[in-house]
Ligand binder design. Structure first.
Ligand SMILES: [Zn+2]
Length: 164
């Protein structure tokens, strides 16, 4: 656990975390760093595709983050940052990623505008394993605290990021 927290802290220290917190700007800046656009795609109901942490579509020229837009803004930011965590921490190198879901009829009915042929991987909760899920969740919490977001605010932030 200790090493994982250190790795996440290091990753966050290299990112431009907006202060005051601004999720959209954060996503744009991370996309620029990665040299790949990140598209945020809120959907009404993920239904049978449900994944409590959203979905990450790796496409040839961009990344798509899919999440339910029915929850609170804080929760949506948390989901988006969780997926950003998977990206920044390189979790798509996990061996189990595959494109199977993109050609699933249910997927196609929810996302008619996404051509399955452009999708290189669809990554949801079941693709990472618990260790990587916990890392992504920790990343989301820590990055939002670094940006001054969250109920615990400034004090907690000073504890986590004394040097900033
Ligand atoms: Zn996840």
């Amino acid at each position: 656990m200790g090493t994982s927290v250190g790795r996440i802290k290091k990753a966050i220290a290299q990112l431009p975390v907006p202060d005051p917190w601004d999720c959209r700007r954060f996503v744009e800046d991370v996309a620029e760093l990665r040299g790949r656009p990140i598209i945020l795609l809120p959907v009404g109901i993920l239904g049978g595709l449900a994944s409590p942490c959203g979905l990450w579509l790796v496409r040839e020229h961009d990344d798509v983050i899919i999440y339910e837009d029915s929850t609170s803004e804080y929760h949506m930011d948390q989901i988006v940052c969780h997926e950003i965590g998977h990206m920044v921490l390189g979790h798509d190198r996990a061996p189990s990623s595959d494109t199977g879901l993109a050609s699933d009829p249910m997927f196609r009915s929810v996302f008619p505008d996404i051509d399955p042929l452009t999708v290189r991987a669809v990554l949801g909760r079941s693709d990472y394993g618990n260790g990587l899920e916990r890392e992504a969740e920790m990343f989301a919490t820590m990055v939002m605290v670094a940006g001054g977001h969250g109920q615990r605010g400034q004090n907690f932030r000073n504890v986590l990021f004394k040097q900033r």
